[in-house]
Structure formats: C-alpha cells, structure tokens
Design a protein around this ligand. Sequence first.
Ligand code: FMN
Length: 320
Amino acid sequence: MAKFSYPGSVGLAPMAGITDKAFRTVCRLWGAQFFFTEMISAESVLLQLTVVERMLPSVDEKDTAVQLYGSEPRKLALAAKKIQHRASWIDLNAACPVKKVVKKNAGAALLRDLNRLGDIVKAMKDACEKPVTVKVRLGFEKNELEKIMETLIFTGVDGVEVHGRTAVQMYSGKAEWNLQLDKWNVPTAISGDLFTVEDIKKALEISKSKAAIVARGVLRKPWIFFEIQHGSEPSFEEIRDMFLFHTRMLREQEGEKSFYKLRQFVMGYTHGFANARKFREAFMKLEKFESIERAIQEFFNHFLMNAGENMSVKEDGAKA
Ligand SMILES: Cc1cc2nc3c(=O)[nH]c(=O)nc-3n(C[C@H](O)[C@H](O)[C@H](O)COP(=O)(O)O)c2cc1C
C-alpha cells in the first residue's frame, strides 16, 4: 500500500448529524479537500441496518473516510472489512466524549485503555486493505498524547487527527495547537477551534501538522472553505444558490422528512446578513421542502434587490 497522507491541507471534520452526503457535497463545492462521514457504529454495520447504507459515501465520492466507532477489536475489524470498498480510508473514533458512547467503552473511552485501542487498530489494519486513521483527543482526563501516539504508531496507524482538548474538557477552554505534531513520523491533522481562515493558518503553523479539519467553523460559516481557496467571500448569489442546492440535494438523498436537518444550517447560510433574525425564526417552523425553497429565494432576492441600502461589509469581511 502506498504511504498515506491526508489528501490536502484542509478537510471537513466528522460531525454526527451534520456531515451527511448532502453537506459533504456542499463543502466539496466550496473547496474542502477531504471529508469524513458521521460516526457509524461497527455494530450497526454488522447488523446491516438500513441507516448505514445512507451514511456511507457513494462510490464516486473521492477522498472521503468512513468513521467507525465501537469497543471490540473483532467487530471493528469485521465492520471495516465490510465497508472498505465504499471508503477512501477508514477512521476510528477515539475522540467522542459523549456519555452514551463512552459508557459503551467506545469513542474517547479508548484513550483510558490504550491496550484496547492498540488491539483495535491492529485488528482493523490486519482486516482491511485501505489505510486506517484514528481521531483522538489529548487524553481522557489529562494530556497523554505522547503515550497515545506511541501506542498508535506501534500498530502501524496511517494517520492521526488530534482535537487539542481532553475528553473531560468536552468543549471548554481553548483547544491546544502547540503540539509539535511533526515529531511523530505519521501524517496528522489538527482539530479544534478553527473558526476563521486565520485560525486555520495559525493552527497549521503552531501544531506543525500538514493538515487541519474544520468542524463548528463550517456551521458558523459554510463557505469557510471557499475563503481559504479564494481569499475572499462568495457573492450573495453564490450563497443563495448553494443553500438551494443543499436543500434539493438533501431532499433527493434523504426524502421529504429530512427538511428538519436544514435548520442546523440556516444560521450559517445567513451569517452576517442584516435582518436575518426574522427569516431564521420563520425558517424553523417550515416543514415542507417547497416552502423552504420559496423562503430562501424570497429572503435572498429581497436582500439582493435592496443591496446598497441594507448591505454593508463589516471590517472583518462579514456581510452586515
Ligand atoms: C455537532 C458535532 C458533531 C460531532 N461529531 C463527531 C463525530 O461523529 N466524530 C468525531 O470524531 N468528532 C465529532 N465531532 C468533533 C469534531 O470533529 C471536532 O473535532 C471538534 O468539534 C473540534 O473542532 P471545532 O472546534 O473546529 O469544532 C463533532 C462535533 C460537533 C460540533
């Protein structure tokens, strides 16, 4: 197998409930270079639950990792083997601090049991032909990144994404970027508090990692990848068209009942727009794709017609 490297310097981080195919496609069009699915439990893969098929990338989706979680080496290995043909590579979640996951000894709980973590990665590596990467936090209660990296490197892991917080920290405090990630002879991707293009540049420089993955920053501003690629923001028309494309894609992919998922993105798509509050409040009550599309058209068209009167550009570049 050729030596793995993350397929670019800036990717979309895994987010449960968010990084579905529609949103991955939107981020790809804005300029993200690599992608992760939402986390998928190894058990649901083995049980062949129908939800898994929808969560897996389609065969034409390039540079997209499937993220698995679980606690048993054998199950994770079997699951990885089963879905590897749909993945550019497989990622193991050893980072999720959510109680429901940790209680099952999965996610960040693996950072408390490095023997188990090592056994899982070894089993996955033996079982599948695709690269295997692991997403970690700095440790469970305290920073033990050295031990974690040593354990992973011993298994022959192909890459490690590091969220610079411990599991008990959840999202409190500031993410640590000063991690000297180049001292380990393995590709890495830095994660945590990447909200602006400047954050991404700084985190890459300070962490000495060749890649970064963005999570909440994309929700706040879905076109952050466009800004990275172009050094400027997209036009209002481009934002409107992407919001409409996202809406149509979601409907096509997940059906009429998936409209509620769009509510997670309305804040982002109207980031910095004047008078967006009323629109957002009304949007939250819409339950049909037709009315959602109409509302988006009306909001943006009204905005565009009044450009100049209502529109100004703040110092930070956000539209106000
Ligand atoms: C809504 C949401 C869902 C997430 N789901 C996952 C997940 O499924 N797997 C994972 O490894 N990390 C998950 N994360 C963590 C992110 O990938 C990322 O590491 C973390 O949010 C820190 O980056 P940020 O400060 O840029 O948000 C999730 C984060 C958010 C906000």
